[in-house]
Design a protein. Structure first.
Ligand SMILES: Nc1nc2c(c(=O)[nH]1)N[C@H]1C(S)=C(S)[C@@H](COP(=O)(O)O)O[C@H]1N2
Ligand SMILES: [Mo]
Length: 568
């Protein structure tokens, strides 16, 4: 009886000197191979993106594409849970999904190389489609995904080779290998040997045992890690070439012909009330909300703002044309996000310089039939701003300066829109490259498509900043302080109540501008024990902040901010 008639041999026949590896260990190694192949793919893709632009990186492109596809409740959860770190969370999430996928691809690849490679091609395809179809994307943006998929396939092949084969793709490989070793093809003896060897391999594979070249697997893994790290790190470095920080700092901000009003003495209560945010938010502390995974980098020398649609004289403007205008204004404005929760911190204040929006739009002959301006940014965002407000709200502007500097890149460099009194999602398009005068009937902007309110007037709002919620302090006198805002109307009154007592008027900081938040402070006497502190504001139009609690969706949160503190 020959081997071949005997059926599977009781033990596998590993290559001489190679220890036997069980099926579980082989599968684990294959999963690791998948993971490492994915790392090589991503590293090479980052390297390619280093020549094309960060937004063409598949991770960034896929993450960016995922943002608009993410259901609104998930997004709200992400913003609430991760706050302004939501983007890091998204990238980590994208990588985690990819890692699980890669582990599976590795294990599938062990059974069938063809399926494994197909898995990588699918992964490359997802990156390709995401990069090419992004608003500012072109076919060139698909190159990093293609390069990554090719490198990943090669890496998977190299990493799986030392793990031996299983039935399926392995049959052909071994047949080919056997054929290669048998020069006298066609002789019965050679055929027998090839067949015998094949059966042996199949038998071993059926029991999940195979000749695993551990040494070669380790060496190949090390090479893969090195390639992934060097290519990835190098790519990220190269991507910095596209950053406009240097060009930004070379820009000289023009002087406004209409400077901001002088601040009254004692304007900033934060100078005497510790724990209160300063009247003006430093640029680095300014809140940030947008959907851009990589901050758009618009070169000032190539910048252009294009007016289209219902304008009598639609045209484009270079940055110098905007900087050189002789009607630049400087204004103090508090910007607020519709997603701000009661007590939230998605509101900040800056001294802005910009082109008066109403005058600018009238010059271009904006037509009376337009009720919506669709503001477009370089990353494809569309923000629908009411034409009426853009024309009529005093101090609405195309902002170019923020607290004495050109706009920070993350806050819309080089040009963004600002319309006081409206939440940012309908008024404050960053990285502004186009304004289309149109109608609400003709176009749904990004947030409107997601069922946020079409118009977004800011609610009268107040917040306790100090003491912090759940703080313990000695019983006795305690300063309670915070901010309140009702842009365009101004704050007339802020009241605080302790537990179930009557509301008491707080001291207000001097009014600087109706578009600016107003700080307030009230000393209260607290006996030993737990207390609840509640604040409410009234705007100059006489609207008292409502106690009715509503969530931010769809038109801004309402309700009083209330905190618990403990006097000891
Ligand atoms: N291009 C672009 N502009 C945008 C956004 C965005 O996602 N993309 N977000 C808007 C929202 S919701 C807000 S609240 C403000 C925030 O501006 P900031 O990041 O400078 O604070 O920008 C607005 N402009
Ligand atoms: Mo927002």
């Amino acid at each position: 009886m020959t081997d071949t008639e005997q059926g599977p041999a009781p033990t596998a026949a590993p290559a001489a000197g190679t220890p036997r590896t069980g099926p579980a260990a082989r599968r684990a190694a294959a999963a690791l191979a998948g993971l490492l192949a994915a790392a090589v793919a991503l590293g090479v893709a980052e390297l390619a993106a280093g020549f094309i632009g960060a937004a063409s990186s598949p991770v960034i492109a896929v993450g960016n594409a995922a943002i608009p596809l993410t259901p609104e409740p998930v997004k709200t959860f992400a913003i609430r849970t991760f706050g302004e770190d939501d983007k890091i969370a998204l990238v980590v999430g994208t990588l985690a999904v990819l890692a699980i996928y890669a582990l599976v691809v590795g294990m599938v690849g062990l059974r069938s190389r063809a399926l494994g490679y197909a898995g990588i091609v699918v992964f490359g395809l997802v990156g390709f489609v995401a990069a090419v179809t992004r608003p500012a994307g072109g076919v060139l943006d698909g190159v990093p995904s293609v390069a990554g998929a090719l490198a990943g396939t090669a890496a998977l092949a190299a990493l799986l080779a030392p793990l031996g084969t299983r039935p399926g793709s392995g049959v052909e490989e071994h047949a080919a290998a056997g054929g290669g070793r048998v020069p006298a093809a066609g002789t019965a003896r050679a055929d027998d040997r090839v067949l015998g060897r094949l059966r042996e391999v199949l038998a071993a594979a059926d029991r999940g045992n195979a000749a695993v070249d551990r040494r070669r697997f380790l060496v190949t893994s090390g090479v893969a890690v090195g390639v992934a790290a060097v290519a990835g790190g190098g790519g990220r470095l190269l991507q910095r070439r596209f950053a406009v920080a240097g060009e930004r700092s070379d820009l000289a901000l023009p002087l406004p012909s209409s400077p901001a009003a002088a601040l009254p003495p004692g304007a900033d209560l934060a100078e005497r009330v510790p724990g209160l945010p300063p009247l003006f938010t430093a640029n680095r502390d300014f809140y940030r909300v947008d959907t851009a995974l990589v901050v758009p980098q618009l070169s000032p020398s190539e910048y252009s703002l294009t007016l289209t649609g219902m304008f009598d004289s639609p045209r484009s403007f270079g940055l110098a044309e905007l900087f050189d205008r002789d009607d630049l204004v400087e204004r103090d404005i508090t910007l607020t996000c519709v997603s701000n929760e009661v007590g939230g911190t998605l509101a900040s204040t800056a001294r802005w310089i910009g082109v008066p929006l109403g005058a600018f739009l009238r010059e271009a002959g904006v037509q009376p039939g337009s009720d919506q301006l669709v503001c477009r940014s370089s990353d494809g965002m569309t923000i629908g701003t009411p034409t009426r407000a853009a024309l009529d709200v005093e101090d609405a502007m195309l902002a170019i300066g923020m607290n004495g500097e050109p706009l920070p890149v993350a806050n819309g460099f080089p040009v963004r829109m600002l319309v006081p009194g409206l939440y940012g999602y309908v008024s404050a398009c960053k990285w502004l490259t186009g304004i289309e005068a149109t109608t609400y009937g003709a176009f749904d902007a990004y947030w409107t498509e997601r069922n946020w309110a079409i118009d977004g007037p800011i609610e009268v709002f107040s917040r306790i900043d100090t003491p912090a919620s759940l703080r313990r302090f000695p019983a006795g006198r305690q300063a309670v302080a915070g901010v309140a805002w009702a842009q365009t109307r101004g704050i007339a009154r802020v009241e605080v109540k302790v537990d179930d007592a009557e509301f008491v008027d707080a001291e207000l900081a001097p009014e600087v501008d109706a578009d600016l938040w107003r700080q307030w402070v009230l000393p209260v006497d607290l006996a030993v024990g737990q207390h609840q502190l509640t604040v409410r504001a009234t705007d100059r139009a006489g609207t008292v902040q409502t106690a009715v609690r509503t969530p931010p969706f769809p038109d801004g949160a309402t309700g009083w901010h209330s905190i618990r503190v403990i006097a000891t």
